[in-house]
Design a protein around this ligand. Structure first.
Ligand SMILES: *[C@@H]1O[C@H](CO)[C@@H](O)[C@H](O)[C@H]1NC(C)=O
Ligand SMILES: *[C@@H]1O[C@H](CO)[C@@H](O)[C@H](O)[C@H]1NC(C)=O
Ligand SMILES: *[C@@H]1O[C@H](CO)[C@@H](O)[C@H](O)[C@H]1NC(C)=O
Ligand SMILES: *[C@@H]1O[C@H](CO)[C@@H](O)[C@H](O)[C@H]1NC(C)=O
Length: 253
């Protein structure tokens, strides 16, 4: 599909730019091919989940406390219907700390830790890469405190991926030629971390010597729309490609 679009583009007025876009298309197809998990909701290699804490676990009400929860998280929306054990209750009420079986600490929402009651399980939760979170463990205070982890990594005790890729059941009826013909610019990138460990900014700087790249957000120009959705829809109808690069290098397992 990308190839067709690129060929359609190169038959337009500027052959040089077309060749660059063509090479870029090939590179993108190659890159996507390198992503091993692409195209399936891959639950292989997920670490087996921790054993229940107590015998006869199904007869008891379990309290799981989100001790230092990120402001975006609402415990009321968590439903245990599809879990092996449905008799759990998630709370953000710190008054329930001493009677909680397990306590979740979100990596950047706590500065000091309470004393740990014996038998309680502590869970370290993060969706950030080790590069970002490991500095939390440079002090002895956090060492050997946590029993389980909850993160995007498959070897976490609680695997919580950002998203799954699933196959569409029906092919969308879409005229890609028509969408493509309406586009007038090549590459957009919306970005807010300007200096990164992965050096993605250097890659984009080099790329922009060969093809037009427009940078929006804190590291570029503001998108001229107040509403985020209008901005996204303008970018997606205007640009042929969108860049998406990670901030850090990190393993997924
Ligand atoms: C949790 O970690 C503590 C050390 O902080 C340990 O004493 C305890 O046995 C662990 N509990 C479980 C269920 O793994
Ligand atoms: C798709 O759009 C192009 C360009 O607007 C048009 O020439 C073509 O006929 C359309 N194809 C279909 C199947 O509608
Ligand atoms: C392309 O632009 C024309 C003119 O603005 C518009 O009528 C048409 O709906 C657009 N096509 C697509 C697929 O967005
Ligand atoms: C996107 O926004 C720019 C700047 O406001 C405007 O010139 C352009 O026509 C818009 N493109 C589309 C496809 O709406």
């Amino acid at each position: 599909m990308i190839l067709n679009l690129v060929i359609a583009y190169s038959s337009a007025k500027n052959v040089y730019k077309g060749v660059v876009a063509f090479l870029f298309g090939i590179w993108m197809i190659w890159t996507l091919g390198q992503i091993k998990d692409f195209g399936r909701a891959d639950l292989n290699n997920v670490k087996s989940q921790p054993q229940v804490l107590r015998p006869r676990a199904s007869e008891k009400k379990f309290t799981i406390l989100f001790y230092a929860k990120p402001s975006s998280f609402n415990p009321k929306t968590v439903v245990f219907d599809r879990c092996n054990y449905k008799n759990c209750e998630l709370t953000a009420d710190k008054k329930l700390f001493s009677k909680s079986e397990a306590v979740i600490f979100h990596h950047n929402s706590f500065s000091t830790l309470p004393d740990k009651p014996s038998g309680q399980v502590w869970i370290f939760a993060t969706q950030e890469s080790p590069y970002h979170t490991s500095k939390r463990f440079k002090t002895d205070k956090l060492k050997m405190k946590f029993n389980w982890t909850k993160s995007y990594r498959k070897d976490s005790d609680g695997f919580s991926p950002y998203a799954f890729l699933r196959k569409k059941l029906e092919n969308p009826v879409t005229n890609y030629t028509s969408i493509f013909m309406n586009k007038t610019k090549n590459i957009a990138w919306v970005v807010s971390h300007c200096q990164t460990q992965s050096k993605r900014e250097a890659y984009v700087k080099e790329l922009s010597k060969y093809i037009d790249v427009d940078i929006y957000g804190s590291c570029g120009k503001p998108c001229s729309f107040k509403n985020k959705e209008d901005c996204k829809s303008n970018l997606s109808t205007t640009y042929r490609f969108y860049l998406s690069f990670e901030i850090h290098y990190a393993r997924t397992i």
